[in-house]
Design a protein around this ligand. Structure first.
Ligand code: AMP
Ligand code: MG
Length: 399
């Protein structure tokens, strides 16, 4: 049996990075930048005021000094002339500093008459001045290739004049559920049937990872049905099936994959939930056969499919953040396999505490709803309350 790291290594070693496409800036949110962005602009382009007040020469600012107001500069305008000794210019936030000035006195710190401004004390040079280039300099690499674009990156790209951005194509991911017992959404489950969960949780995971999901529906546990549906995934970059991947008589996914021409690279991974998971190649497509239990399907997607999709998008960070939390109750992982236990995280002093979501059965989907993360336990590990435990963080924390 492979370790999680070995399996992951094999998978990441075989996925290919997708092509680059140009998209409009707002369509680039959540996408992965294909090339580094180097600034051709200075931001801000010139020294400007961070307050409404008066541009002055700091050297003129002795207590009791009175300066002559020689003009006015608003944001969007340029100063009519340079400032001489003994002069001040009315200035507003964001307006360019006149040449000769080196500081701004906020309007609430002066006494003014029609033509004069009286200072109340000394003024430091550069006070309330935002220097040219304090944010970005020409030639700065402001974003490296492989970053996922969020609102701040989008704003920065706009600042630098990028109406379009080069990003990696989103992987198209076909999702197949298999099982005679499954009734798809919209169909009332008949006797002996259960609702199809995995198609939807997995497609949602694909979307959240940045891929484009496509459903291949539910295949019955018959080779012809599975292969016929797999054949429909022609346009996909990745194929993800769930269930039918173990050793039962009706576990036909591996055989079906082989029949349609896939080469299977791995099968069992030493982990719980999970274990039976298939990864293979079907021409230039990556195929994953995930286990059927809803929690196992989601956790194996997290550990193997998600990093593969991110790698295909050229992402530099493939992993969720991991933290060390304090166990708030005992946790055990009997047996020979690495355990991924669903935990709730809560702010706890200067860190986080972790408690189990409750029963850890791999069919208990509500444990995934409750879980903020997965505590990673070595085979046989016994963690006592108060011990540190490593947690893969799945959700935003409100600590
Ligand atoms: P299998 O690997 O086919 O033996 O499936 C393992 C368990 O997962 C069984 O209890 C199945 O009924 C369940 N299961 C398989 N596929 C799904 C699905 N798409 N949605 C919900 N449960 C499923
Ligand atoms: Mg089955």
């Amino acid at each position: 049996m492979l370790s999680v790291e070995e399996a992951r290594g094999q998978i990441l070693g075989r996925v290919r990075v997708l092509e680059v496409e140009r998209v409009d800036l707002m369509a680039a949110l959540g996408r992965v930048l294909a090339d580094p962005v180097v600034s051709t602009r200075e931001i801000p382009p010139w020294p400007n005021s961070s307050m409404d007040g008066y541009a002055i020469r700091a050297a003129d600012a002795e207590p009791g000094a009175t300066l002559r107001i020689v003009g006015r500069v608003e944001a969007g305008a340029v100063p009519a002339r340079a400032l001489q000794a003994g002069e001040a210019m009315r200035i507003f936030t964001g307006a360019p500093l006149p040449a000769g000035a080196d500081a701004v006195v906020p309007q609430e710190d002066v006494d003014t008459s029609d033509s004069q401004v009286a200072l109340r004390g000394a003024v430091e040079p550069a006070a309330f001045v935002r220097p040219a280039g304090e944010d970005v300099r020409v030639g700065d690499t402001v974003l490296p290739a492989g970053v996922r674009l969020g609102p701040a990156e989008i704003g920065l790209l706009a600042t630098l004049g990028h109406a379009q951005v080069s990003v990696r194509r989103r992987p198209r991911v076909a999702v197949l559920s298999t099982g005679n017992e499954l009734a798809d959404l919209g169909v009332e489950p008949g006797p002996g049937q259960i609702p199809n969960t995995n198609t939807y949780s997995l497609m949602a995971q694909v979307l959240e990872a940045g891929g484009e999901p496509l459903s291949l529906g539910v295949a019955r546990d018959r080779l012809e049905d599975i292969t016929a549906r797999l054949d429909r995934a022609a346009g996909a970059d990745v194929l993800v099936s769930s269930a039918g991947v173990s050793v039962g008589d009706l576990d036909l996914v591996r055989e079906a994959l082989t029949r349609v021409g896939a080469e299977l690279h791995l099968w069992k991974v030493s982990m719980r939930p999970g274990k039976p998971i298939t990864f293979g190649s079907l021409r230039d497509r990556a195929v994953f056969g995930l286990p059927g239990n809803p929690v196992s399907a989601m956790v194996t997607f997290e550990l193997f499919v998600r990093p593969a999709l991110l790698a295909m998008m050229g992402c530099r960070h493939l992993d969720r953040p991991r933290i060390r939390a304090r166990a708030l109750e005992p946790m055990r992982n009997p047996g020979e396999r690495r355990g991924y236990l669903r935990v709730v995280l809560s702010a706890d002093g200067d860190g986080f505490g972790a408690r189990l979501t409750g029963e850890q059965g791999s069919a208990i989907l509500r444990s995934m709803v409750a879980a903020d993360g997965l505590a990673v336990l070595d085979p046989g590990a016994v963690v006592m309350a108060g011990d540190a435990v490593e947690v893969v963080v799945l959700k935003a924390l409100n600590g």
